[in-house]
Design a binder for this molecule. Structure first.
Ligand code: 5GP
Length: 167
């Protein structure tokens, strides 16, 4: 679906956009594990600002490929985000239920601001309106893997993004 080159070019553009918007502010990039680990490492290097990086681990109860909206924090931030400007870095917003939970949870921690940067978005699957501030690519309803995205914890290291073909 997207070659490594195409992803790299888009990530550079997103980084430049974030760099312009956060100049002079205390920026925290908050990666959602595990899917965003490659995206956040490339994105961070495309932002020439003294930012900090933290991670949150989330898991959704229910089927592996379908979000239930019932989310568990499996590992929490290492530092408070009070009065910091947070950009959540996510691999994909599908139904939006995971992000709804995370945005509500982050709001209780009194950050100066929270914005969302997601590499991929499947608008046809949305079940709640999630404001996306920085978007890599909009995609159709296909199950994709690679560049951090998994199927049963495999394919995360594939350097491009592809559609998983069964059989
Ligand atoms: P949501 O709560 O928005 O439905 O689900 C978000 C999570 O579901 C993503 O962070 C990701 O882990 C998983 N997910 C949704 N669509 C895909 C997909 O096409 N491929 C992969 N690998 N994971 C997906």
């Amino acid at each position: 679906m997207f070659t490594a080159d195409r992803i790299a070019r888009r990530v550079e553009e997103l980084g430049a956009q974030i760099e312009r918007d956060y100049e002079g502010k205390e920026l925290v990039l908050l990666g959602v594990l595990k899917g965003s680990y490659i995206f956040i490492s490339d994105l961070a290097r495309a932002i020439d600002l003294p930012l900090s990086i933290d991670f949150i681990g989330l898991s959704s109860y229910g089927e592996a490929t379908e979000s239930s909206g019932v989310v568990k924090i499996t590992s929490d931030l290492t530092r408070p985000i009070e009065r910091k400007h947070v950009v959540i870095v996510e691999d994909i917003v599908d139904t939006g239920l995971t992000m709804r939970y995370l945005l509500d949870n982050m709001a209780t921690r009194r950050p100066a601001s929270v914005k969302l940067c997601t590499l991929l978005h499947k608008p046809s699957r949305a079940r709640t309106r999630i404001p996306i501030d920085y978007l890599g690519f909009e995609i159709e309803d296909r199950f994709v893997v690679g560049y951090g995205l998994d199927a049963n914890d495999k394919y995360r290291n594939v350097p491009f993004i592809g559609v998983l073909r069964h059989g």
